[in-house]
Write a protein that binds this ligand. Structure first.
Ligand code: ATP
Length: 202
């Protein structure tokens, strides 16, 4: 899977639809302070399923929606589209039926986020798993934000291990194990309740 295009609409400072083409080789983004370079990286992380507003430098997730400027009113929604070249068919099952994969995330004020994969409604979890399995997820160590290197140096061993797990592409497995444990706990509680009911009937 290779990212080929990022499109931002109403996301932070990118009020008008803006395309970032990601071509073979190195893509550089240069510009003066405050022009939106970090916003581009955040858009990439966001479309891959980032759910922590702090990772978007905001207090709430709706802070990613264009908040208005002197000459432009605020927007009601933000949308980021990530186009992926899947010619080598490396996307996980369920996403692997076409040469191109397009993931869209849209957030609407007072409504929340919705995802689409190749035009079909998709759950946030499935998008997060898609990228976690491909080792490029929202928490991927390949995306280095400002201040992250010093955080890494000062991090506790447990947190450093998480970074290695993400790089190794096994964080999706941990997420699935956690979900399985929650289901198991739920089933055990149901069994206990059934035992109580049977006891009362006896
Ligand atoms: P630097 O080089 O200083 O790190 P940068 O190019 O990385 O800067 P960003 O931090 O990506 O710039 O962009 C910051 C700009 O985005 C600021 O001008 C800020 O006002 C604008 N911005 C952030 N959130 C929103 C929003 N919700 N609506 C409108 N503008 C926003």
């Amino acid at each position: 899977m290779r990212f080929s295009k990022l499109r931002l609409t109403g996301f932070k400072s990118f009020v008008d639809p803006t395309d970032l083409l990601i071509q073979d080789g190195l893509t550089g983004v240069v510009g003066p302070n405050g022009c939106g370079k970090s916003n581009l990286l955040e858009a990439l992380r966001w479309v891959m399923g980032e759910n922590r507003p702090t990772a978007m430098r905001g207090g709430g997730m709706e802070d990613v929606i264009f908040a208005g400027a002197a000459s432009r009113p605020a927007r009601n929604f933000a949308e980021v589209t990530l186009q992926i070249d899947n010619a080598e068919r490396l996307a996980p099952a369920g996403f692997n039926d076409q040469d191109h994969l397009e993931i869209v995330r849209r957030i609407t004020r007072d409504v929340g986020s919705a995802y689409k994969a190749n035009g079909k409604d998709t759950r946030a979890r499935d998008v997060q798993m898609l990228f976690a399995d491909a080792s490029t997820g929202a928490h991927s160590p390949a995306l280095v934000r400002q201040g992250q290197i010093s955080e890494l140096i000062n991090a506790k061993p447990k947190n450093r291990r998480r970074i290695l797990e993400e790089a190794a592409g096994i964080s999706g497995l941990y997420a699935r194990r956690h979900e399985a444990e929650l289901k198991l706990n739920g089933a055990e509680q149901n069994l206990t309740r059934v035992d109580d009911v049977v006891e009362n009937l006896a």
